[in-house]
Every structure is written in structure tokens, then in C-alpha cells.
Write a protein that binds this ligand. Structure first.
Ligand SMILES: Cc1ncc(COP(=O)(O)O)c(C=O)c1O
Ligand SMILES: N[C@@H](CCCC[NH3+])C(=O)O
Length: 425
């Protein structure tokens, strides 16, 4: 069931024509579908339940931290996986209780650890020995015990883009699995630490089950070693990383959640541990599009450029990871309409500000509206104001209603955080 479809020749999000949103809010703008968010959440949690797994799902808020999106998920029972004090604050602000929040991240500061303990987060995923010792000290100062997992790096090849792989030995994330037992031994002996779980996360946009299965087996082996040493582990946090279809011809079809759940059950289902999952992209990527307008059609010497009003500051994935995003015109092309090969580019003064090279699209003119699909994860979340462009706004659709859930800042607001130095008068 798709919630971004053509009706009467016009692309809609649920029951709202995207052209109506463009007219009212302006472009560029992200548009999210409540129905798709709900469907993804329900299918994913349903697959875990159908596989008989005792699991809790903690949405990785880095993928999409919009408060209205988080509230939609919170209302469905979501927990959160956060990676900074700011994300922890925002998740709680959106209505996700600390008791359902996991705090991950390779560089948590003393202040962030103290804040997380004060709030009573469910679990802190420790990623190094110095962090473990600091957390122990902060917890003891407060007279509490910090509930922890140690994030273990299983050293598997996730088969994804090298900029988003995290589970190889030379990545900065987690503890090498060869060093994990010793660190768990230390953790078990620290009075400010309560060892609860083993955590892992091997990368993002993974479209194959084999790396997950290999990592789960490492986890299983480690659990046996820890148990033999008298270290009790109640739960296993298996991270996120499931890939989604970006609709590029020839791309592998990402795995269905039911198949993923089956592998979890096979490898980890008989250990008496509760499971924690941290999907991000899977929940929100296909629930959002970036709606943009053609500014110019420019006939270059060797190619035609379609210059749009969204830029790499609004959606950095193509520039940063050579990511593919399907592009569709908001006005449905007539059946059999001619297509041409064009480069779709943004207005930013960077040569990498290119959304698509030599993409086959119907002829586009100035003022035509387009969407970049599958933009609901790591889209707005990674946006910035480079080139003096106000942060891109966000709209949430629900049936025939829509609301601006982050407004576009004004030019005045672009400079309000800045001030002159005292000697400048
Ligand atoms: C620790 C951790 N958990 C969860 C996620 C979410 O990953 P994804 O959006 O690929 O599901 C990430 C990001 O890769 C992460 O670093
Ligand atoms: N930002 C990346 C994913 C990074 C995952 C963060 N751990 C992307 O858009 O693909």
C-alpha cells in the first residue's frame, strides 16, 4: 500500500495533493505520511511478534527527529535510540519516556552521561573503557547504578556503502569482540555499573541477511562466555541497519521484516534474553519525500540541467554517499510521454550538489514540481543552512489533513544567533 500516489493526474500524499502543500508552504519542503509511518511500525513490530520474539523497538531518532514524527511513533508505543543529550531531550519532549530510551554513541560527554542518569534512561550503550570508567564515576557520585550494554564490534562485512558501515574492526564504533570479555569483567566489578545487555550495530542500508546472522552468532558466542564467567545478561540489543528500497534499477530487494525476524529467532531466540532493536531508516525513509520546484531548465554544452530549489544542504545523501533517490514529477506524465536524460541539480555553490546524473525524466520546465522519494530518513535530519538557506521545513500529512510541523525560518532568524564582537561597536 503506497501513500504517495497519482490521483487524477496529480501526485498526492495520502489524500492531500502535493501541489496544494507547495502552494501553501512553499518549496523545498519535506512531506511525511502518517499512514506510511504507522504501516512501517506495525509491519515491523508485527513480524517480531509473529516470530514469537520478546522484543522492544527503539526508533533511532537520528534518522528523523521531527517532534511530530516522534509523537506519531510514540503513540504507537515506540521507544527511542538516541546518540546525544540533545536527542535525548528531544525524544522525551516528543513524549517518549526515558524508561524506553537507549543512549548510544561513541563520544558521550560527562554532562550527557549525567543527564541520562538523572532522567533514568533504560540503557546506556558503552563504547570504550574510558567511557565505562567515567560512567561508573558519574553514577557513584549520584549514588545510582548505570544500566549498561557494551557495544561489541562483531567484525562482519555488512556489504553496504563504506561511509555507513560500522561493524568492522577498524571502525571507531564499539569494542572489538576479542576485547569484550575483559571489559565485561571490569564492568561487572565496578560498583556504579549494572551490566544488563550486549549491544551491536553493524551498519546501515544492509540488504542481505547473512551479515546479521554472522553478527548474531558472535553475540551468541559472547553470551556463552559471559555466562560461564558468572556475568548475567538479560537482554540483547541488536541495533538497526535494515535497508529499504530506493527503487534503483538493479538494486537488491531488501529483506522482508518477516525473514529478518526468522533469522533473529533462529540465532538468538532460545537464549532467554529480551531483545532490543533500533531501526531508523526502515521506519521513516519511505514515509517521506522532498518536494521541490524547478527554477531553471538550462541547456548546457553537453547536457541539460534541471536546476531545482532544493540543494545538498536540504538532502545531502546523494552528495555524501552517491545515494540514489527516485525522482518523480508531481504532475503525472501522459502515458507514453517522451522522456529525456537530464542532470537534476541544486543551487548550492558546490560541484557535488547533484541529485541525479543523466536521469530519464519527462520534459521539465521552470515552475514544475518534483519529488525526491525515500527522503524521510537522514534527509531533514542532516540538513543545514549552508549558502544562507533557511532550514528546510517539514509537513506531516494525515488523511486529508496536513500540518506544518517545522516551519521555514525567516532570513532574520538566519542571523539571530550571531552577534558582533564587543570591539566592533
Ligand atoms: C547505534 C545505532 N543504532 C541504530 C541506527 C539506525 O540505523 P538504521 O537507520 O540503518 O536502521 C544507527 C545508525 O546507523 C546506529 O548507529
Ligand atoms: N546518514 C546515513 C546513515 C548513517 C547511519 C547512522 N549510524 C544515510 O543517510 O544513509
Amino acid at each position: 500500500m503506497h501513500h504517495f500516489t497519482y490521483r487524477d493526474g496529480a501526485l498526492h500524499c495520502e489524500d492531500v495533493p502535493l501541489a496544494a502543500i507547495a502552494a501553501a508552504v512553499g518549496t523545498p519542503v519535506y512531506v511525511y505520511s502518517t499512514a506510511t509511518l504507522t504501516r512501517h511500525w506495525t509491519v515491523f513490530t508485527g513480524a517480531l511478534k509473529d516470530a514469537g520474539l520478546d522484543a522492544s523497538v527503539h526508533f533511532a531518532t537520528k534518522a528523523n527527529g521531527n517532534m511530530a514524527v516522534l509523537r506519531t511513533l510514540a503513540d504507537l508505543g515506540a521507544g527511542a535510540d538516541v546518540v546525544s543529550g540533545g536527542e535525548l531531550f528531544a525524544a522525551m519532549h516528543a513524549g517518549i519516556p526515558a524508561s524506553r530510551i537507549v543512549f548510544s554513541g561513541v563520544g558521550k560527554t560527562r554532562d550527557e552521561l549525567a543527564y541520562a542518569l538523572d532522567q533514568g534512561v533504560f540503557q546506556i550503550n558503552v563504547e570504550s573503557e574510558p567511557e565505562l570508567r567515567l560512567l561508573d564515576a558519574v553514577a557513584r557520585e549520584k549514588g545510582v547504578q548505570a544500566p549498561i550494554a557494551i557495544r561489541v564490534n562483531p567484525d562482519v562485512e555488512a556489504g553496504t556503502h563504506e561511509k555507513i558501515t560500522t561493524g568492522k574492526l577498524d571502525n571507531k564504533f564499539g569494542i572489538a569482540w576479542t576485547q569484550a570479555h575483559a571489559l565485561y569483567r571490569l564492568a561487572a566489578d565496578l560498583p556504579g555499573i549494572a551490566v544488563k545487555a550486549i549491544a551491536m550495530h553493524i551498519g546501515s542500508q544492509i540488504a542481505d541477511l547473512a551479515p546479521f546472522a554472522a553478527a548474531f552468532r558472535r553475540m551468541r558466542d559472547l553470551l556463552a562466555i559471559l555466562r560461564a564467567d558468572g556475568i548475567e545478561i538479560e537482554r540483547l540489543d541488536i541495533g538497526g541497519g535494515l535497508g529499504v528500497p530506493y527503487d534503483r534499477e538493479g538494486d537488491p530487494t531488501p529483506m522482508p521484516p518477516a525473514d529478518y525476524a526468522k533469522v533473529i529467532r533462529q540465532e538468538l531466540g532460545d537464549l532467554g534474553c529480551k531483545l532490543l532493536l533500533e531501526p531508523g531508516r526502515l521506519i521513516t525513509a519511505n514515509a517521506g519525500v522532498l518536494l521541490t520546484k524547478v527554477i531553471y531548465r538550462k541547456e548546457g554544452a553537453t547536457r541539460t540541467f534541471v536546476i531545482v530549489d532544493a540543494g545538498m544542504n536540504d538532502l545531502v545523501r546523494p552528495a555524501m554517499y552517491d545515494a540514489f533517490h527516485a525522482i518523480a514529477p508531481v504532475r503525472e506524465p501522459a502515458a507514453g510521454a517522451a522522456t529525456e536524460l537530464v542532470d537534476v541539480v541544486g543551487p548550492i555553490c558546490e560541484s557535488s550538489d547533484i541529485f541525479a546524473k543523466q536521469r530519464s525524466l519527462p520534459r521539465l520546465e521552470a515552475d514544475d514540481l518534483l519529488v525526491l522519494r525515500t527522503a524521510g530518513a537522514y534527509g531533514a535530519a542532516m540538513s543545514n543552512s549552508y549558502n544562507g538557506r533557511p532550514l528546510v521545513p517539514e509537513v506531516l500529512v494525515n488523511g486529508d489533513q496536513y500540518a506544518v510541523v517545522r516551519r521555514r525560518p525567516t532570513w532574520e532568524e538566519l542571523v539571530t544567533l550571531e552577534s558582533l564582537a564587543p570591539w566592533q561597536g
